[in-house]
Design a protein around this ligand. Structure first.
Ligand code: SF4
Length: 695
């Protein structure tokens, strides 16, 4: 029996794995851990079934190389596969320079993998071209947090603080469906008499718990925040002493919201002025207000500005740094937080250091034993990197670890074309994902229970996933792959194979950085149910709560920054008259490469959710086949007719191939986050449910 954590979302629920023999082979039985404070014995369907990929018939167990003549993939030995990759990388670097080879990581990789992948790119390949799919997840909140507070940690307090607030405002989060064990905090909040405000274009299982549900037009969370701040200022409800002592720039923010009176907000967002006034009155009369954003607010071309607007609201009320109050971002991917702290983002080095900071380069280069001048500068952001593949001046080779780009990238048809234009695509994965199926070389790697490694959950708590079973024969860890390629490329820097050794090096590299792990060890994590960063030395207890006395800015004050509403990059018009938004469902995780293969989770496929009024207009009934099209692509799927969505909006879950062929690649100017959450679409009826069933 091994105590560990779930392989999926950022809650990183504690679980115990019990390997046992069963008919058909070895299985991994999952038991929940009541002692782990984040989930207290609860798991969601995904967690309970997490052992389902162990021994799965689609599990990759041998490297595959594509024959250039026949185009077929065939099995080869590890040495042959790694020799081939190293040889072709060397040819490309010689012919076209170091930036001709790119690396793409993932927010599900352990801290150790993310760290070594960043080191591998900068030291072994010498390339600036590395980014990861976390750029598409929480980067707008990260950008806003860094600007306002001087640091980006999803929640600056433990998740359990939620239940002690007086009012929680959830913006663009369907927490009860995406991380069900966390919903108990909302239930306890309400049992205590606390109130919940949910802002979402759809009435979800989270919204059903709300005291106030606001359903704005997709892409208009920002003016809702501006309107609330306007009302609070007009009512004299802002905390003037706090603003004077702990913030800078608030007078400009105050002036900037003067024009956002409730009726104007109603015209832009569709939220009734009186509903806005009710919520403002609730906030004005509350001691402890907590504002939490998630992807619904963040995945926009104005995502950073939207988060800054909600931070301004929390600052205006004097909440940030106050117990059981403030602002936080609910991260999504399993290691969404740690994945962005240790160097797989194009502009960062380990410890959340910036790659263009000379002192940061000198520190990290010292740990790596290389000349600081040898480290490349910042590279392209995730979508810009993919969009440049195979183009003039763009990378000719791509190494992918922990990401299924073909399903998860915005404007996915364009991205798939770019992948196909490469000279070399190498994918390390556990199954033949849609991206691996395009690869020239596929490398079969270990999955969570077959290896150890740390993750940093949505609270900034560093936890340890312990190895529970031996990997299948023929499979190697990503650390093995990285080290094997580095040595074949003639790199002399060390690339540890042991995760604990890799973590110790990461801790050293992070020392003194914004995300300082220097005092964290595997033993401490085991003994303390995880350790919150920053934790600069062995005697430091870790930091569950940030900002009590000061923010992480030069003068210790939070920055209130003026933002305004520009609107979504694409607005409905005569050809594409409705808003399309995308999101998650309970049974699936991210691109679905794992969860779509687990028998107990495959009870639903992609669908299109629409309101009965819209369904009536196009002549569709529940279950009928409909076609959704945007300027980038089209998708046919069954209609799900529900009265819980706005009549001008349709929703498609993104876990299956197709949803992201529709989405817009417009980028946020600061975070480079694509606008997954809203674009203009058309919808038409294709066939009745009976005809679909009969065909
Ligand atoms: Fe796993 Fe997240 Fe479900 Fe917990 S809520 S069991 S971490 S998927």
């Amino acid at each position: 029996m091994t105590d560990t954590h779930c392989p999926y979302c950022s809650l990183q629920c504690g679980m115990t794995l019990a390997p046992r023999r069963a008919r058909g082979g070895a299985v991994l039985e999952v038991r929940a851990r009541p002692d782990f404070p984040v989930n207290e014995g609860a798991l969601c369907r995904k967690g309970w079934t997490a052992g389902g990929l162990r021994g799965h018939r689609e599990r990759l167990t041998t490297p595959l190389v594509r024959d250039r003549t026949t185009g077929e993939l065939s099995a080869v030995g590890w040495d042959e596969a790694l020799d081939l990759v190293a040889e072709r990388i060397t040819e490309l670097r010689t012919a076209s320079g170091d930036d001709s080879v790119a690396v793409f990581g993932g927010g599900g990789l352990t801290n150790e993998k993310a760290y070594l992948l960043g080191k591998f790119a900068r030291v072994a390949l010498g390339t600036s071209q590395i980014d990861y799919n976390g750029r598409w997840c929480m980067s707008s909140a990260a950008s806003a947090g860094n600007q306002a507070f001087g640091v980006d940690r999803g929640l600056p307090f433990p998740l359990s603080d939620v239940e002690q607030a007086d009012v929680v405002v959830l913006v663009g989060s369907n927490l009860a469906e995406t991380m069900p064990p966390a919903a108990r905090h909302l239930d306890r909040l309400r049992e205590r008499g606390g109130r919940l405000v949910v802002i979402d274009p759809r009435l979800t299982t989270t919204g059903e718990r709300a005291d106030h549900l606001l359903q704005p037009v997709p892409g208009t969370d920002l003016p809702v925040a501006l309107g609330l701040l306007h009302l609070l200022d007009a009512a004299g409800a802002l905390d003037e002493d706090y603003l004077a002592e702990r913030t800078t720039g608030f007078d400009d923010v105050r002036r900037s919201v003067a024009g956002w009176w409730p009726e104007r907000v109603e015209r832009v967002s569709g939220i009734a002025a009186d509903d806005l006034r009710e919520v403002a009155a609730l906030l004005a009369g509350s001691e402890r207000v907590m504002v939490l954003t998630a992807r619904g607010a963040e995945q926009h071309s104005q995502g950073t500005a939207t988060v800054l607007a909600w931070i301004n609201l929390a600052l205006g009320l004097g909440m940030c740094g106050k117990p059981f109050a403030g602002y936080g971002c609910l991260t999504g991917q399993g290691n969404g937080q740690g994945g962005r702290e240790h160097g797989q983002k194009s502009d960062q080095l380990p410890g959340y250091r910036m790659i263009d900071d000379p002192a940061a380069r000198a520190h990290v280069a010292g740990v790596w034993g290389v000349d600081p001048d040898s480290l490349p500068g910042p590279g392209r952001s995730a979508y810009e990197l993919l969009d440049a593949l195979g183009a003039d001046g763009g990378p000719r080779a791509l190494l992918v670890h922990g990401s299924n780009i073909v399903v998860s990238a915005p404007n996915a048809t364009q991205v798939t074309d770019r992948l196909e234009a490469l000279d070399l695509l190498v994918v390390a994965d556990i199954v033949m994902s849609e991206t691996a199926a395009l690869a020239d070389v596929v490398l079969p790697v270990t999955q969570w229970a077959e290896e150890s490694g740390t993750m940093t959950n949505l609270e900034g708590r560093v936890i340890l996933r312990e190895q529970a079973v031996a990997p299948p024969e023929g499979v190697r860890s990503d650390l093995d792959v990285i080290a094997g390629l580095a040595s074949r490329l003639g790199c002399e820097a060390s690339f540890p194979l042991d995760p604990e050794e890799a973590f110790a090096e990461l801790a050293l590299a992070s020392a003194g950085g914004r995300a300082d792990y220097a005092g964290i060890t595997y033993d401490r994590i085991r003994a303390e149910q995880g350790v919150f960063w920053p934790c600069p030395d062995a005697a430091h207890p870790g930091t569950p709560r940030l900002f009590a006395d000061a923010f992480a800015t030069a003068d210790g004050r939070a920055r209130a920054l003026v933002v305004d509403h520009a609107g979504a990059a694409e607005q409905p018009d005569a050809d594409y008259p409705v808003h399309l938004t995308t999101g998650r469902v309970l049974a699936q995780y991210q691109s679905g490469a794992q969860t779509r293969r687990i028998t107990d989770l495959v009870d639903e496929g992609i669908f299109v959710e629409l309101h009965p009024m819209l369904a009536g207009r196009i002549g569709a009934r529940d279950g009928d086949q409909v076609e959704v099209s945007t300027r980038r692509g089209a998708l046919k799927a069954p209609a799900r007719v529900v009265s819980t969505i706005r009549p001008d909006t349709i929703f498609v879950p993104f876990h299956w191939v197709g949803a992201n062929r529709l989405t817009n690649d417009a980028l946020d100017p600061m975070s480079r986050m694509p606008e997954f959450k809203v674009c203009a679409a058309a919808i038409r009826h294709v066939a009745s449910a009976q005809r679909v069933g009969a065909s």
